[in-house]
Every structure is written in C-alpha cells, then in structure tokens.
Design a protein around this ligand. Sequence first.
Ligand code: ADP
Ligand code: MG
Length: 580
Amino acid sequence: MPIRILPTEVASQIAAGEVVERPASVVKELVENALDAGAKSVSVSVAAAGRTLVQVADDGAGIPAEELSLAIERHATSKLASADDLFRIVTLGFRGEALASIGSVSRMTITSRRADAPAGARLRVDGGRIGKLEQIGAPVGTLVSVEDLFYNVPARLKFLKQDATERRAIDALLTRYALAYPQVRFRLTEGNAPSLHTAGDGDRRAILAALYGVELAHQMLDILADEEGFKLSGFISPTALTRSNRKEITFFVNGRWIQDTPLTSALLQAYHTLLMVGRYPLAALFIEVPPEEVDVNVHPAKAQVRFRSPDKAFSFVQRATRRALLAYAPVPQVTPATLWGAPAQRVDPTWSLGHAIGMQNGAGGTQTAAAIPQSEINPLQSAVANIPLLRLIGQIGATYLVAEGPDGLYLIDQHAAHERVLFEKLMAQHAQKNIVSQALLSPVMVDLPRASAALLATQVPVLQHLGFDVEPFGTHAYQVRAVPSLFAKSDPASALRALVEDFEEDEAPLQNEIEARIAGRVCKRLAVKAGQVLSVDEQRALLADLETCASPRTCPHGRPTMIHLSVDVLERQFGRRGAK
Ligand code: ADP
Ligand code: MG
C-alpha cells in the first residue's frame, strides 16, 4: 500500500482508543471537566452500565455558546496556552482531547450555559460528525450525554466486560473522586435509586463509609503530613485489616487518580514486617505537591505522573505512613473468639517456633531444631495415607500441637489442621445435600462495602446451598439469619466478610468450583488462629478430628498441616545411630 494520510475520522478513532477504553473512561473525562469548571455538584447517570448512556451534569462555569463547536475539536482546550504551562497545570484536563475523542466513538450531546448568558446552547456530535448549534433553555452549567458508546467501532465493544464489571469500574471511579473532592456533591444513578450520594460537606470519613462500609471506615487510620511543600492526607488500614491484592490502594496526586505508581511500593514498605506475606493494606491517600514538582503529561489517560524527584516523594510517603502505623502500634493481635469459644489472646509477634522450643527445652533446643537439614523434615504431602493415631503431648507457641506417633514426633499447625477439619465436614454434609443450618437467636446485620454487597448479591443462592441464610438489606448491609451449624459458635459477621473480601473481579467459575472455593474461604476464616491458646480437650478434639479426615496432611489450600520428625532422624541428630 502506498503511504497516505489517514482520513480525519479514522485518525480520531485511533486517538480515541488511548483515552476512551470503556464507559468508566467516559465518566472519568466528563467528571474531570466538571471539576475543572468549578462544579459544586456533579451528577452522573448511566444506563446499561454505561453502554447505552453516560450522562454527566454539573453546575460549573459552563461553555460559551460561541465556543461550543471549538470545545469538541481535537487539541482544543481553555486550560493551556503554551508548552511552559504544562508545568503550571492546576486543572485535571490540559490535552484538549476528551470531548473530541468521546464524540468520535459515540453519539454525544453537549448542552451548556454560562451564568451571564440568557440561554443555553446545544451541540450534537454523531460518530465525529458535528451537528448544528441550537439555542435552548438550560440551567447554568454543563450537561454531556454520551449515547451508544462504540456503536461505530464494534471491535471495541467486544472488549467490554460484563455489565457488572463495567458498572463496578464506574462505581469505583466515582467513589474515589468523591473521596478526593469531599467539597463536591457527587451522585451516581442507574435506574431510579442513587447508588452513591455524597454530601459535599468536606467529611471524608463519611465518604469512606460509602466505599468500605461503616465498620471498616471506622477502623481506618488518619494520615496527615506536611514536609517542605509536600502534603499527604487520607487513610490507611491498621495492620489487622488487609486484602489479598492491591486493588484497595488508591493514590491521588494533585487531585488526579494515579495508577501503577511507585508510591504503592512506598506504602507497602511502611507495612514491611507488619503484614503477612501476600496480604496488602487498604489505603486512600492524597498527595499535594507544587505543580512544578510533577510532570502530568506522561500518559494519554493522565493516569500516571512523573515526579521531579521521585525519591523525595517516595520517602515522604513511606515515612509519613510508617509513622502513622507506629503511632497506633503496638497493635495487639486480638484473635476473635471462634468455634472453640476461647478467650481473646494477646500475642507477642516475636513468638516463633524456634523461640518456643528453646523455651521449653532449655538451651540448645533452638539449635537442634535449626540444625536438622531441610530434607529430613517430612512435610507430609501425600494425601493418600491417613495419619497414625497420635498421642497428644501439648501445644507450643500457642500455634502448634506436639504429638507422638508410632514413628516419632509430629508437629501440627493448629490453624491449617482445623481448616482441613472444618472443610471436610462442610463438604461431606454438602455432598449429602445435608448441610445442617442453625438459626441465629436474633438475626445479625452485617455492614459491607457497597461493591462487596453487590458482589455478594450474585452469590446468595450458593450461600443458601452452603447453609447460610442471608438476605440483602439496603445497598450496604446483609442480614444473616442462619449459619451452618458447624460454625454455630463463630461470629457470623466475620464469616460473611470472609466470603466477600477476597472475591476477585471477574470470578465466574463453575458452580461447584465456587462452592468449594467459598467453603474453603469460610473455613480458613473461622478456623482457630495461630496464637490462640487451646485447652487440652480442644487440642485432643482437633487431633481426633484430623485423624478422621480423608486428606489430613494438607489444608484445603495445599499447605502441610503437619511436620514429622521420625525416630530415625531424632536418633541421628542426637548421635545415637551406630553409637554402640
Ligand atoms: P481538556 O479538558 O483537556 O481541556 P476536553 O476535550 O475535555 O479537553 O474539553 C475541552 C474544553 O471544553 C475544555 O478546555 C473546557 O474549556 C471545555 N469544557 C469541557 N467540559 C466542560 C464543562 N463540563 N464545563 C465547562 N467547560 C467545559
Ligand atoms: Mg477534559
């Protein structure tokens, strides 16, 4: 093919691809424009998760009628005049691309009126073709309606996810902007009832409650720091509140939501050694720096920035969050009373296995444990063989049971073992379609983050199968009326949270897979914890239950429940073998 200049329409669609990826990107650009226009109130309504309609209304400055047709041109902006201005940017927009891009891949209508204008003006753009300017009565501010996104680029339509996922992206976006701009009233509606409605009174914690639920919001720690012109505010979770992924870590830099930022590593460093491996904090952090300290022009969707001195930003975030964490420390690890009804314990986090053995056996014990070569400790992986009858010796470090078998010593991880026991009992009842449910004396209300509540709604039938009787209660809460009797003594709120907190976005596995996975998760949450002192009877019961399991040697997630030190290993370690 010969080289030629692309027709404008094609070029626009290509450019639009960088800015408009999905309905949530449209919401983002339009909301940013509203904020740039000084809006005090921003209302977003969508239909079909934004596929058929995204509409954003604001009460900002409005666009003069004579500039309306310019606003939808590519590289047309009122926010920037020269390249130097790029380092003085105080608005969210500056590229002058959003309206042009959106207009080229949808049917867009802009209606706007300035306060000093007698009437409003309206302009329609249909797949990049600009209609004619009309005069029309309108309130002060701007209303942009985007219908049939990607109707003229069917290939892009195919990349959209399920409605629930697209809806969640919009919801997540707007909630985060609401948090970043607590002085602005935000509203999100699909259908009749608003799913988000903020007061615009500056109260960030109230918005946090909309995002995470009242209870979690209440636990979050305040961050406020100010150093050499860098300011940090927002919230981070205490060490006891974690997630299995980084999705709940949000950063705003000068009012922009920034993704994939090294600042996330700075935050994680602050938590270093305070969280278990594979667990991540929740955070909503807002950094304000002088505009000349950041280059905002590094990403088409403006989702990244580059700091002039990245190290300074990094260590500022790391120190400020670490300081806050330590100020609230030491966080006593209180283990909730679970199935066993044991009283809550305070645990010394330095209490390790080596330490425990050393304490009990006197000097040298620790060394012995450490000196056994890895290869000679058998984590019993095989799921085939049952375990022999074990004689309980006791509990160490409030974490492991020690037992004697016909062939040496067994160390049993009480949490992993209990997980296995609960899981097999639940799945056995499930297989016989006979999960025994126990009604709670009085129903328990559980407050969940809105997004989790929505996710859970899709899983109610699965939960019923598993013996949970739960019912949505408003947009945020669930009422738990019955739980599987296996879990009768445990905290129903904790069980329900366990069900949703690690739910992945697009989880849509087969029905029986879901059930096993959900069962595994509940069992994990409700099993006795490491660090929980068990009575001798409880220890015995756990061993006896484990002996009856079909796969006693691993927890449902595949970790070993026990380590075996054979008589042979012991003899060699003590130099008895061949010593006659
Ligand atoms: P940018 O935001 O990068 O300037 P856009 O394409 O998003 O580019 O918008 C183009 C121009 O249209 C803006 O610079 C602004 O002057 C005007 N505009 C867009 N949306 C609004 C709005 N909601 N209120 C007032 N003016 C707006
Ligand atoms: Mg813009």
